[in-house]
Design a binder for this molecule. Structure first.
Ligand SMILES: [Zn+2]
Length: 423
């Protein structure tokens, strides 16, 4: 009886709160329905508080609602970048410059990065590693408190990497002792991998980032190598699963990719040299490929980029784009990720045109950054579509992005959690 009374009281409270939540109505001339891959016209989106309450053609506008007229625009769900490094401060390409700053400087430098991501239409990011461990948690929490504007962040806390590996801070003399946060995620056995993941889970991360091959932007690294063994990757997926966390695996080399796929990770980051066997395996297992095919432009154009990084990249950029085309054609699951930080923050939208150039339809490219990205995050019930119950994350562009996907480089309207950040 007492439980019943509590339930009645609770639902009355919920009704009261809902009744008092700010009501906003967005009139969308065109609305991209990413779930069905269609375009709806003359839609009315009713928003209560931070969630979408109703969507439909010419719905009545509730009394007292704040009306936003986007009837001459195309509205889409807020965009999601699944591979960012927003919390790395001002990143000019040379990791050694991180040693010139305190961790506090780096995270404060990241404040404009977060604002630029949001204002460019990316209302959610999956941040996949930081030089200074746990800076990303501080940034995420500041945004969630409303202290600073930024995208909804899902964060990794640190790179889980072998010593001297792709996620390690490398290139310094052996007698230089680094601060704790530069090597927080180093692990060299299945049990060390588990120990690091336990620390990260306790610190409050949203997912785990492991490095399964060498990297382009790490001194002394070989992108063609394998780093963690299959056994270590399996330990990572198993241990992360104990805390309800998914694993993203950085992998360029064909075997590094297949090891991570066989271990059961949720996504392969970069997937640069994925071979036919790897594409088939990703498809069979339903693993997302998160291929950052735009950032080669920024690596080659960056005058500060260290020479060894340029050499790594020169061999890989073209191969990655052709392998992206192959994976799209084969029907592998694709998520949108740019490695933001390599290209300037706020320019992630430039990748859409490259995805279309290398084999996607504009709708597929948009889905990769909305419904697919939300699925990869395990948040399809809250993100990635303009549907009742989802967070009111909306962007709008002038014109038809299905005819010209590069319009997404110039988003005119941004709403996150029902709050307008750009109009
Ligand atoms: Zn990255």
């Amino acid at each position: 009886m007492r439980i019943l009374n509590c339930k009645v009281l609770l639902s009355a409270l919920v009704m009261l709160c809902t009744a008092h939540a700010q009501v906003t109505v967005v009139k969308a001339g065109k609305l991209i329905d990413v779930d069905t891959g269609t375009v709806l016209t003359d839609q009315v989106i009713v928003i209560r508080g931070d969630k979408i309450a109703a969507v439909g053609k010419r719905l009545p506008v509730p009394a007292g609602a704040n009306v936003i007229d986007l009837s001459k625009m195309t509205v889409l769900p807020g965009l999601i970048d699944c591979h960012t490094h927003v919390a790395d401060g001002q990143n000019d390409g040379e990791p050694f410059n991180q040693l010139r700053k305190t961790a506090s400087q780096v995270v404060l430098e990241s404040v404009p990065n977060a604002r630029k991501m949001l204002e460019s239409g990316f209302t959610t990011v999956r941040d996949v590693g930081v030089y200074r461990a746990l800076n990303d948690i501080a940034l995420r929490d500041a945004i969630n408190r409303g202290d600073i504007p930024g995208p909804r962040m899902f964060v990794a806390g640190a790179y889980v990497t072998i010593t001297g590996g792709a996620g390690a801070f490398t290139g310094q003399a052996p007698d230089i002792k680094l601060p704790w946060d530069f090597h927080y995620g180093e692990a060299n056995s299945p049990w060390e991998v588990r120990a690091v993941i336990r620390k990260l889970a306790h610190a409050g991360v949203d997912h785990i980032k492991v490095l399964s091959s060498g990297a382009v932007l790490t001194h002394g690294s070989n992108p063609n190598s394998q780093e963690f063994t299959l056994e270590e990757l399996q330990a990572a997926v198993d241990e992360a699963g104990h805390f309800g966390l998914r694993v993203a695996a950085h992998a360029h080399s064909p075997q590094g990719i297949k090891n991570a796929l066989n271990a059961g990770v949720a996504s392969i980051e970069h997937a640069t040299l994925i071979d036919d066997e790897g594409v088939a395996l990703a498809k069979r297992r339903g693993t997302y490929l998160d291929m950052d095919i735009y950032d080669d432009e920024c690596i080659q154009a960056n005058k500060n980029m260290p020479k060894d990084f340029l050499e790594h990249d020169a061999e890989l950029g073209a191969a990655q784009r052709e392998n992206f085309r192959k994976a799209v054609k084969a029907g592998a699951k694709m998520a949108f990720g740019t490695d933001a930080g390599v290209c300037a923050y706020g320019t992630s939208g430039k990748q859409f045109a490259f995805m279309v150039k290398y084999g996607m339809t504009p709708m597929q490219a948009i889905q990769s950054a909305t419904s697919n990205a939300a699925d990869l995050l395990g948040k399809s019930n809250l993100l990635g579509a303009v549907k009742p119950g989802r967070y009111a994350d909306l962007v709008a562009v002038e014109g038809d992005p299905l005819a010209d996907v590069s319009l997404l480089e110039n988003v005119r309207f941004v709403m996150k959690d029902g709050k307008v950040y750009k109009q």
